[in-house]
Design a protein around this ligand. Structure first.
Ligand SMILES: Nc1ncnc2c1ncn2[C@@H]1O[C@H](COP(=O)(O)OP(=O)(O)OP(=O)(O)O)[C@@H](O)[C@H]1O
Ligand SMILES: [Mg+2]
Length: 374
């Protein structure tokens, strides 16, 4: 197994050794999948949804064929089928007879296999000019999965992407096909909480009640703190618990930001970590991103920028149309505030959640938020 130089991963997944907690979630997802229930995993960005799916697959891979499909790059149905074809092929590549059968199955789309020069990873390109053939091929692909000896689990990450496809019937079409194949179990996941929720809990939507909803929250701070301390100690580095708590507080415990900071702090040559060093790392990160923050400013309207800044200063805002918030930050018109807010949420610059029915607003990107509030 690969052993990274730095135990704090900022992308991908290696093994449970570098993955903190999520035990309850892992067990709950496995329990659902092994009992024929689909799961919809949602939550704010960068909390670790994709890594959690990989952690579930890590435990299930011996007895199941686990296929992960990232729909983020897919702009239409054909591109989705292309991504899916490649990922299925990757999952079965080592099984010669199965992979031969697989290529036979997708023959109508004239697959061409090439290999990445550096990694040797196979890449299949399909002829997707005929949309009817693409759909038929997609159905054939799923039927082929049913023939595998091991049961199959398919994770469709960033699933809300299908709503952006020009083929407006994709949701209804997928539902029909998926329902015809109860042997296949699915994890649907994504960071657009609002859209995913609408897709799976709107009673007039095709995916209504098609899966069990699971909301991912922050990792328990005591458990995260112990994980961080252990990795520093194992490498002979000393860090105080108060300093770890400082990092967890600064990032609101949002996994990706905790990982980036710990990774940077860990990479410092010194054996003894102190607050000054942590603050230097934080300042360096914010300066590195500064150019892109100025680019944001050029792209946004003056009021949108003002809204961002006001929310960043408050940290988390629940009564955004209150006299307190509006007069404190010089907003005079609730409807222009609403308009700016809505477009910032749509562009995922602001994250809207609800707490006991009350809407709350935060800046999605923790680093950006800290920079704005300086
Ligand atoms: N439980 C964990 N322990 C340690 N690192 C983790 C954990 N979960 C996620 N990470 C790390 O945090 C980073 C972000 O995780 P991930 O990409 O899974 O988040 P996500 O919720 O899928 O984000 P996005 O909303 O952008 O899709 C990755 O570098 C991943 O390795
Ligand atoms: Mg993800």
């Amino acid at each position: 197994m690969k052993r990274p130089n730095n135990p704090f991963l900022t992308k991908g997944y290696i093994s449970p050794l570098y993955f903190c907690d999520r035990q309850k979630e892992t067990i709950a997802i496995m329990e659902a999948l092994t009992n024929g229930r689909n799961i919809t995993l949602y939550g704010r960005r960068k909390l670790g949804k994709t890594a959690l799916i990989k952690n579930v697959f890590y435990s299930m891979e011996k007895s199941y064929i686990c296929i992960w499909i990232d729909l983020m790059p897919a702009q239409n149905f054909a591109e989705m089928v292309n991504i899916m074809t490649n990922n299925i092929y990757l999952a079965i590549e080592n099984n010669k007879s199965l992979s031969k059968k697989f290529l036979e199955y997708i023959k109508v789309l004239r697959p061409v296999i090439s290999y990445d020069d550096l990694t040797g990873t196979p890449q299949i390109t399909l002829d997707t000019s005929n949309s009817k053939l693409v759909r038929r091929n997609f159905e054939e692909l799923l039927r082929l999965l049913k023939l595998f000896k091991k049961p199959v689990i398919i994770a469709m990450d960033e699933f809300q992407q299908i709503l952006k496809f020009p083929e407006k019937d994709t949701e209804g079409y997928l539902r029909t096909i998926i329902q015809e194949m109860p042997e296949l179990n699915f994890i649907f996941s994504g960071s657009d909480q609002h859209l995913l929720h609408q897709m799976f809990t709107g009673y007039n939507k095709p995916f209504y009640q098609m899966s069990q909803m699971m909301k991912l929250g922050e990792i328990n701070s005591d458990i995260y703190s112990e994980f961080i301390l252990n990795h520093f100690s194992k490498a002979g580095k000393k860090i105080e618990v108060e300093d770890i708590e400082y990092i967890l507080e600064w990032t609101n415990g949002i996994t990706y930001y905790v990982q980036v900071i710990c990774n940077r702090v860990f990479a410092q040559k010194t054996k003894k970590i102190n607050r000054l060093l942590i603050n230097t790392v934080l300042n360096n990160i914010l300066s590195e991103f500064e150019d892109s923050y100025y680019t944001y400013r050029e792209m946004l309207t003056a009021i949108q920028w003002k809204v961002l800044k006001a929310i960043a200063l408050e940290g988390k805002v629940s009564k955004i149309y209150s006299k307190y918030f509006m007069s404190r930050h010089d907003f005079y018109n609730a409807s222009s505030l609403r308009k700016a807010l809505e477009s910032l949420i749509k562009d995922q610059l602001i994250y809207k959640s609800t707490n006991q029915g009350i809407a709350q607003y935060e800046i999605q990107d923790v680093f950006f938020s800290k920079w704005l509030a300086r």
